[in-house]
Design a protein around this ligand. Structure first.
Ligand code: PMT
Length: 220
């Protein structure tokens, strides 16, 4: 068979959730398990890519041949990923990065009081958009967009606003697709206007289909 276009390429994959500290014992986060990003990292490595997997806290084994970097917060993910940007052919953002973090995490444990409490949140940096905006010609940027039903227009917005080559739109339905479960239904939106609706697949098969599409846009 013909060698994969990914063979010998350097790939960054982000995966999992981030945790944004409220105090030393509490955080804001989401339901990402890391399964989708880990499946992509595993498949890219199988195709001969040099894979760097930057992941938030998850309970998954490191795929064979993959270099894994564990992080906690969005700021930590950016700090780990940014030094790798220059030497990479492809960035795939499968992480569910928190858009906001508590402005001022409290040292120790916040004490319960007999009153309401407010936590002020500030914006986190966008790791994928940072890569896409600063990249050199030939570097490819792929994102995910998790939306509830009817969200394809939001996914298209992300493709344009973050200046991506490809977006994988997944519908979060709480049962078969999106966070935590072993299956996902992806719709791939290309910068060229191409739309490919994939059926519900295992995250391993969905990762393979996504990488097939990526191979077709990777410079040889
Ligand atoms: O981990 P699993 O349980 O297997 O679930 C997989 C998944 C649903 C988490 C995954 O398939 C997915 O959709 N990941 C993106 C989740 C999301 O909500 O992304 P977003 O719409 O907030 O962000 C869009 C893109 O920008 C993503 O590629 C994201 O990684 C990236 N991003 C977002 C915010 C930020 N601060 N930095 C980023 O890099």
């Amino acid at each position: 068979p013909e060698a994969s276009a990914l063979c010998g390429k350097t790939v960054i994959v982000t995966a999992g959730p981030t945790r944004e500290k409220i105090d030393d014992v509490r955080f804001l986060s989401n339901y990402s398990s890391g399964k989708m990003g880990f499946a992509i990292a595993a498949e890219a490595a199988r195709r001969g890519a040099k894979v760097r997997l930057v992941t938030g806290p998850v309970n998954l084994p490191t795929p064979p041949g993959v270099e894994r970097i564990d992080v906690e917060s969005a700021a930590g993910m950016l700090a780990a990923a940014r030094p790798l940007f220059d030497d990479c052919d492809l960035f795939i953002g499968a992480a569910a990065v928190a858009d906001y973090r508590p402005e001022a995490p409290v040292a120790g444990k916040i004490k319960k009081k007999d009153a309401e409490m407010e936590i002020r949140l500030v914006r986190n940096p966008d790791i994928l958009a940072g890569f896409a905006n600063g990249r050199k010609p030939g570097q490819v940027a792929v994102g995910f967009a998790l939306e509830t039903a009817g969200g394809i227009d939001y996914a298209r917005r992300k493709l344009v606003d973050k200046r991506l080559d490809l977006v994988a739109f997944n519908i979060y339905d709480g049962r078969t697709s999106g966070f935590e479960v072993d299956t996902n239904a992806l719709t791939l939106l290309g910068r060229d206007g191409n739309v490919t609706e994939l059926p519900l697949l295992s995250k391993e098969k969905a990762a393979a289909k996504l990488l097939d599409a990526v191979e077709s846009i990777l410079p040889r």
